[in-house]
Design a protein around this ligand. Structure first.
Ligand code: HEM
Length: 503
């Protein structure tokens, strides 16, 4: 009978095989050592997984600590990747303006969760084309125009009505999320949703579930092969992420289907999906290949805008309300600016911000101290490049640790103190945002929603403070502890009391 153990390779063949393996090993070691020596310094990790097992929940704090030991630009081996961390302003400024650092990793955001990618996961020319098209459509349907401001104000009126509970404590997070995601729904789908619509409730919950569990700097991102196995087996958190991702996909698929059924090329384009269908039609008519302009990409793009546009503004508003109740004197200061500039009868306009420096300073300070996006979506070096004097070989991943810059004592006096006055000019008439405060990142791959986010943050904040004195029940502990997924959110938001202001 044939036995594996009795089988022997002829000696010459065995010698060749051993030779090939040794050659491969030496080449691999040579390449690895050369690469490690060319990268910025950093801590040693374990074989295969690198530093990954040592990462904790609030990685941005660890990244900051490591920068104290290894310098502001250092390298971590995380799973399959060399990741360079950028932790101070001079290098961050350099990196955000470097065109060789605009690419994203080769893998999709959630490896194994489907091969489609939206433009926020694309690199190179496809990313440029999709970003250009997305912004073109969104501007045409209202982004950056007075039309969207008017619609946001209408949405805020509806939201404020949900806070009129006659003094009963309110779960703020639950009330504001559907309102904020309605603003992005208008741009993407051409309409908003009733707060009680079961499909929208499911979508909002799925988004919150997804963003609280998924991390840019976690195992899923750095061990893509393991993530794919987890996906196949439906194991661990991946199962929950997958369930939420599927719910999001179903919601957007329904919207795309509805738009396709009702599509009429002679009608005015009123939302993102319509604009995307129009672009596909144009390509079809002019015999331009479909390329990456598929319906799957449309869904993934809409999902990215919906998620990025809801979660971040929502988290910022959660922090803002905590600071309003922690510092009632700042709440009063914002209200006194409202009294001077707008009054209590009129609704605010975004243009009023120019005459409300303290209110703008308050928003800047919330964004700085809480660093809602503490580190950005991973970038990839598309060619050999440099950050400062540090050589960054092609395909190295790069992560910006905004947290470090936002808490750098060289840039901020008492960085751990919440102090909106730090932005005010000496005479108090202007709020100046320093160039190193970049909550939306910077350069060509900065956040495309920055303008919309500022309109929302300003109008929601001012409308709430104009109409209510916001408090918590006496004796309620106000905790600034955070949970960190894609964004940083308060871990324990208390119930709030919205006491109507009578003039
Ligand atoms: C306070 C609110 C927001 C904050 C703090 C924020 C922050 C960020 C940051 C730091 C990035 C990463 C950029 C990089 O890779 O360097 C980003 C990307 C992105 N944001 Fe925002 N964002 C906010 C609101 C919005 C809104 C309202 C939208 C939707 C209109 C949006 C859509 C996006 C998209 C699609 C990307 C990916 C861009 C790309 O890959 O080219 N964001 N955002």
């Amino acid at each position: 009978m044939f036995s594996l153990f009795s089988f022997q390779l002829p000696q010459p063949l065995l010698n060749v095989l051993i030779g090939v393996v040794l050659f491969w090993l030496v080449k691999y070691l040579f390449y690895t050592i050369k690469r490690i020596r060319s990268l910025p310094p950093g801590p040693w990790g374990l074989p295969i997984v690198g530093y990954l097992p040592f990462l904790k929940d609030h990685v941005y704090l660890q990244f900051d600590q490591l920068s104290k030991k290894y310098g502001p630009v250092y390298c971590l081996k995380l799973g399959d990747f060399d990741v360079v961390l950028v932790c101070d302003w001079p290098h961050l400024k350099d990196a955000t303006s470097n065109d060789a650092l605009l690419a994203r990793p080769y893998e999709t955001l959630i490896p194994g969760g489907g091969d489609n990618r939206g433009f926020s996961e694309m690199s190179g020319e496809p990313w440029r084309q999709h970003k250009r098209l997305s912004l073109h459509i969104l501007r045409n349907v209202g982004l950056g125009k007075s039309k969207i401001e008017t619609l946001i104000k209408e949405e805020i009126d509806q939201f404020l009505a949900t806070l009129d509970t006659g003094g009963e404590p309110v779960d703020f997070s639950e009330k504001i999320y559907p309102s904020i995601s309605n603003n992005i729904s208008i741009l993407l789908f051409g309409h908003k949703y009733d707060y009680n619509d079961p499909a929208k409730i499911a979508m909002d919950r799925a988004q919150m579930g997804f963003t609280s569990l998924f991390k840019f700097a976690g195992v899923l991102a750095f061990l893509p092969w393991l993530t794919k196995v987890f996906f196949l087996l439906g194991k661990f958190d991946v199962q929950f992420i997958q369930k939420n991702a599927q719910a999001i996909e179903k919601f957007i698929q329904d919207e795309v289907d509805r738009h396709r059924e009702n599509y009429n090329e002679n009608h005015e384009v009123v939302d993102y999906i319509d604009g995307y269908l129009e672009e596909r039609k144009r390509r079809e008519k002019q015999n331009i290949p479909e390329d990456t302009f598929t319906l799957d990409t449309a869904k993934r793009n809409a999902g990215a805008f919906f998620g990025a546009g809801s979660e971040t503004v929502h988290s910022t508003m959660e922090w803002a309300i905590l600071y309003l109740v922690k510092y009632p004197e700042y709440q009063d200061k914002i209200r006194s600016e409202i009294a001077d500039v707008i009054g209590f009868e009129n609704r605010p306009d975004f243009a009023d911000r120019a005459r409300m420096p303290f209110t703008m300073a308050f928003i800047h300070e919330v964004q700085r101290i809480e660093s809602i996006i503490a580190n950005n979506l991973l970038r990839r070096a598309s060619e050999d490049t440099k950050i400062g004097n540090h050589f960054i070989p092609k395909d190295t991943l790069v992560m910006f640790n905004f947290w470090s810059v936002n808490h750098d004592p060289k840039l901020w006096v008492n960085p751990d103190k919440f102090d909106p006055t730090r932005y005010l000019t000496e005479d108090g008439t202007k709020a100046v945002k320093p160039p190193y405060l970049i909550p939306f990142s910077a350069g060509k791959r900065n956040c495309p929603g920055e303008g919309l986010a500022y309109v929302e943050l300003f109008l929601y904040l001012v409308c709430m403070v104009q109409r209510y004195r916001i408090k918590v029940e006496p004796g309620t502990e106000i905790s600034f502890e955070a949970v960190f997924g894609i964004s940083r959110r308060p871990a324990n938001l208390p119930l709030f009391i919205f006491e109507k202001i009578t003039q």
